[in-house]
Design a protein around this ligand. Structure first.
Ligand code: SF4
Length: 267
């Protein structure tokens, strides 16, 4: 018997189906969740980005975020910019969670609607909140360098966060905040259909995978998330605090490059 969804989850499913119908998609199917897995995240992500030794916990069990509904057809490349704008329009002057109270600018996401590679971070910081763009501060500069090292430019990738408004004092988003906001991110991912997702830090990895685990347990291999390849690495803000880990992050990015067939900058 299918699991009964909470009213919030049911509303999220209805909203998501409604969105795809707006795009002209009418046929949907329910994908079975493999045994031993659950698609839902509910607990707090308590560890800081750099907590490489946190305890690995099993998947959460209480329903919150439905990720089992899939559109019957992908959005065509020529329609992706408009589809992303439709999501932005729907978000509007969002007051759906408590983070709205402290934001200056909502940070929707930025980049190429047809990107093969998409980076997902945790949430906006002070610079991002001021400019309304993701990864524009010192951590953003480092991310730009990481992207360049892969042989790409920033306008070839897409960058977004789990939450679109800055948490106070840059704290980790509460589950209710992440679960309220992340369906918009999943819709962006569905539209862009990147070949590879890179989760920057443990919060992004947790909500993209629907599972909480240590970065050390998740790094160094290819995961599957929403039908896409997912690589997990350190958040650039953490790399600024501990540059010794840059080598490890580069090893992660090389996994992504191999998946994309990238050879790095041409000399
Ligand atoms: S974080 Fe997301 S859900 Fe919360 S107010 Fe901002 S846009 Fe809305």
């Amino acid at each position: 018997m299918p699991a009964k969804l909470s009213p919030e989850a049911e509303a999220a499913v209805r909203a998501r189906i409604g969105y795809f119908r707006d795009l002209g998609m009418s046929d949907f199917y329910r994908r079975a969740i493999p045994a031993g897995e659950t698609a839902l995240v509910t607990e707090t992500v308590t560890e800081p980005e750099e907590a490489a030794a946190v305890e690995t916990s099993p998947m959460r069990s209480a329903p919150s975020l439905p990720v089992i509904i899939e559109p019957s057809a992908p959005v065509k490349p020529k329609d992706r910019a408009a589809a992303l704008q439709a999501i932005r329009d729907e978000i509007g002057d969002c007051q759906r969670c408590a983070l709205a109270a402290g934001r200056n600018k909502l940070v929707f996401g930025d980049g190429n609607p047809n990107a093969r590679l998409m980076f997902v971070g945790e949430g906006p910081g002070a610079d991002e909140d001021a400019q309304g763009l993701p990864f524009v501060g010192r951590a953003g500069q480092l991310l730009n360098n990481m992207i360049a090292a892969m042989g790409l430019s920033r306008d070839q990738v897409y960058i977004a966060n789990i939450v679109k408004c800055r948490p106070p004092q840059n704290r980790v988003p509460e589950p209710v905040e992440a679960n309220t906001c992340s369906p918009f991110l999943f819709r962006q991912i569905d539209v862009i259909q990147p070949e590879v997702l890179v989760a920057l830090g443990s919060t992004a990895a947790t909500y993209l995978l629907g599972a909480k685990s240590s970065l050390s347990a998740l790094r160094g291999r290819v995961h599957q998330a929403s039908g896409m390849k997912l690589i997990v690495t350190y958040h650039p803000a953490y790399l600024l605090r501990d540059p010794r880990q840059k080598k490890e992050a580069w090893a992660d990015l090389q996994i992504a490059m191999a998946e994309l067939g990238l050879k790095g900058p041409q000399k």
